[in-house]
Each structure stands twice: as structure tokens, then as C-alpha cells.
Design a protein around this ligand. Structure first.
Ligand code: ADP
Ligand code: MG
Length: 313
């Protein structure tokens, strides 16, 4: 079963001149950890707001837990979704506790207060401070907790880690991972930073200029990704010799860094095997190459390839 299904969704602004979401289709299976990725302005928030029924779509269908939704007639499906909006419109004079109680009444849900306390400890959030006294990151934590505090089957989070420092980002992913494993809930989150979700998500859809340009498992993306080679040579001249060989014989090579005896470059997967042979041969030949490592280039690089593919500046 799919927890979320979006079919041919369209949402245009400004009398059709801004095609924010332009005929997109994707499925989020139950229990998935799904990353919805794309640069700023790609259409992520618009899509999410259409799913939540806070924005009126121009065309297409949206299904939640297999049921076609019609937010004008019925918004009850929202009660089953832990939602973190991209922009938090928080109630300035309330503290986090008051706000949670307010949501509890608004959405008619039960809150696991022990869990709220655990989350606020783990995220280092003081629940007694008023919203307008909190920093951006701490406000974001309030939003994160309110999306997690109920028993939801689906979590929809729009750029959940925005404003959080790296340590808190890691804690956030750890919390959601535990939550997902315990309850098998479906997680749909958006981000514009791919390496960040690379370890959390199992599937991703990439959106650019309102169109989905890739839907794939994270593993498939990695398999397609550039290989990154890092080499140490016996001398700078050995390195330069090797670099000219690379330039002459490997069209897909992109040199990232070269300094002293140290070289870093990327190669498309199809060229990397042959190159590996050259490297190992050269290694035995009078220690020309002293040391080397090869890894998947991070998803960041793949993402950049997608970004560069279009009119993204
Ligand atoms: P993302 O969340 O991926 O950054 P958005 O969904 O916020 O992207 O925006 C998609 C596109 O729609 C952008 O070009 C943005 O400028 C435009 N847009 C968003 N909201 C509005 C609006 N209320 N009126 C007009 N254009 C909008
Ligand atoms: Mg957004």
C-alpha cells in the first residue's frame, strides 16, 4: 500500500505564469523514508501544502492511505499526519507547552507527554520559553516536536532540519529513524541538501523547476554516481605526469584538487574500472603512487549533476 500518492499534480501561481508544480507523479510506500529533494524554488513546499490541503491544487489527484482526498469536503485525513510546515507561524506569546496543548485541542489528538519531555531533552529545548524569545533553531525544534508528539502513521516534514546545527540535525534524524523503526510510520521529508538525507532516506524524488527529474532508491543513485579517487604520489612531478595521462585518456575526469603530491578527482563509473587497473599497475612501478582511496562521490555531487542539467543558476 502507498501512504501518499500524487498523480499529475499541478499548481500554478500568478495566473499560470509561475508553474510551481507542473504535472508531477510519485508514490510513497507505507513505511518508506522518502526524501523529496530539490533546490530552492523547485516546488517542494507547494507540493507539500497541496498534500496537506492548505493550498488548492489546479489539477491532479492526491491519495492518502489509498483514499482520494478532497480537502474542501473533508480534512480529517490530516489528523493522521504529523506535519511540520516549511514556515512556522508560531504563536508569539505562548510557550512550547501551551502551544502543544493548543494543537492537541485543535487536532483532537492525544499527546504522549513523556515522549515530549524526552524529545525536548534530546533536542535541548526549554519548553518554558515563549515563542518570540526563541532563536530560529529553537523554534524549529518546537515545530519538530509538535510533528512527532502524536501517534501519526505519516510524518510530512518540510525542510525539518532548517535552522538546526549539525549536531541537532543528527539527533533529529536519529529520533525520526527510531520512531520510524518502532512504529513503521511513513516519513516524507523535503530537503535541499542531499548528503544530509543520504543516510536517512531509502528513496528519493528529485524535483526541479516544478518537474520530477528522478525517482530512485538511494542505492541506485549511488551506483550511478561518480567515483572519487584520492591519490598520493612519490613526488610532484610524478603527480603531474599522472595528471597529463588522465587528461589525455579519460574524457570524464574532473580534477577537484591537486597540491604537492596529493590529487583528488572524480570519474564516471564506466571509466573507473580501467583507471583502477592503471593505478594498480603504476603503484607497483617503483612506488610511483604511494597510496590511494576510492569511494562513491557523495550524493552531493550527483545532486549537482542534476542541478547543472537544467536552467538552475
Ligand atoms: P521550494 O519549497 O522547493 O523552495 P516553493 O514550492 O516554495 O519551492 O516555490 C515554487 C515556485 O513557486 C517558486 O518559483 C516560488 O517563487 C513560487 N511561489 C511559491 N509561492 C508562491 C505564491 N504564493 N505566489 C507566487 N509564486 C509563488
Ligand atoms: Mg520550501
Amino acid at each position: 500500500m502507498n501512504s501518499i500518492e500524487v498523480k499529475n499534480l499541478k499548481k500554478y501561481y500568478d495566473k499560470g505564469s509561475v508553474k510551481a508544480v507542473d504535472d508531477i507523479t510519485f508514490k510513497v510506500p507505507k513505511g518508506a523514508r522518502f526524501g523529496f529533494l530539490g533546490p530552492n524554488g523547485a516546488g517542494k513546499t507547494t507540493t507539500i501544502r497541496c498534500i496537506m490541503g492548505f493550498l488548492h491544487k489546479d489539477a491532479g489527484e492526491i491519495y492518502i492511505q489509498g483514499e482520494k482526498i478532497d480537502p474542501i469536503k473533508n480534512v480529517e485525513y490530516r489528523n493522521n499526519i504529523g506535519y511540520l510546515p516549511g514556515e512556522l507561524g508560531l504563536y508569539k506569546n505562548m510557550n512550547a507547552m501551551q502551544l502543544f496543548k493548543h494543537f492537541m485541542k485543535l487536532y483532537d489528538m492525544e499527546i504522549n507527554w513523556k515522549y515530549v519531555e524526552e524529545l525536548s531533552n534530546r533536542l535541548e529545548l526549554n519548553l518554558d520559553r515563549k515563542m518570540n524569545e526563541l532563536s530560529k533553531g529553537n523554534k524549529q525544534k518546537v515545530g519538530v516536536i509538535s510533528a512527532l508528539m502524536g501517534k501519526f502513521d505519516i510524518l510530512i516534514m518540510d525542510e525539518p532540519t532548517s535552522g538546526l546545527d549539525p549536531l541537532m540535525q543528527r539527533e533529529f534524524y536519529q529520533i525520526v529513524k527510531e520512531r520510524q523503526e518502532e512504529s513503521n510510520c511513513t516519513v516524507f521529508l523535503s530537503s535541499h541538501v542531499l548528503p544530509e538525507v543520504e543516510n536517512f532516506c531509502d528513496q528519493v524524488a528529485i524535483i526541479r523547476n516544478g518537474k520530477i527529474i528522478e525517482i530512485s532508491s538511494v542505492q541506485e543513485l549511488k551506483d550511478k554516481s561518480l567515483k572519487e579517487f584520492e591519490l598520493d604520489f612519490t613526488s610532484n612531478s610524478a603527480m603531474n605526469e599522472f595528471m597529463s595521462l588522465l587528461r589525455n585518456e579519460y574524457s570524464g575526469v574532473s580534477i577537484k584538487y591537486s597540491m604537492g603530491n596529493h590529487l583528488l578527482f572524480t570519474v564516471p563509473p564506466k571509466e573507473s574500472r580501467q583507471l583502477l587497473k592503471v593505478i594498480s599497475d603504476t603503484t607497483w612501478d617503483g612506488d610511483f603512487i604511494i597510496d590511494f582511496t576510492i569511494k562513491h562521490s557523495s550524493l552531493d555531487n550527483i545532486f549537482m549533476q542534476y542541478y547543472k542539467g537544467g536552467e538552475i543558476k
